[in-house]
Design a protein. Sequence first.
Length: 192
Amino acid sequence: MNSESTKYNKEWSLFLDRDGVINEELQGAYVTNWNEFKFYEGSIEAIAALSNVFGKLIIVTNQRGVGRGIMHSDDLKSIHNNMQDQISINGGRIDKIYACTSIHGDDVNRKPNTGMALQAKEHFESIDFKKSVMVGNNLSDMLFGKRVSMHTVFLSTTNEPFELPHDLIDEQHNSLKEWADSLKLQEMATLN
């Protein structure tokens, strides 16, 4: 399946990683407070556009910095509250944020493990993973999506693009904005 053959609508859910997708990832460090959080150019507008298409928009993010004591859970809440406020002011929405703060790779909620997807399904019974998209900038995001049968979109914001076809990647783009723009183009093409 690829974006050319998929017509997304409100029956679909969108799962987004945070660092390296919505905001700039700090090289070798964690975003520990709101002052360090920088939206990627075009990401707020992309989320606003995607909010008009998808029924649910959910963030699933590994935040090991809390588990390591580099930041407090209140700092993470503050970052997420401010991020949601900015997205909302600009016409977008995030329905729920799931953050795994565990330092252990085998934690059920730490991507690529599927705990955060299962939590989302518990909160929003209408979620159908086969009508869901996972957008991320790491292969662990892609594996997370594939493990529950999601369509996967890899963003080469922090890692080199992969050669396609790839078992874990259905689509590949340079940024969230580029992917969102490709959906608008597809929609316009459908109308013509």
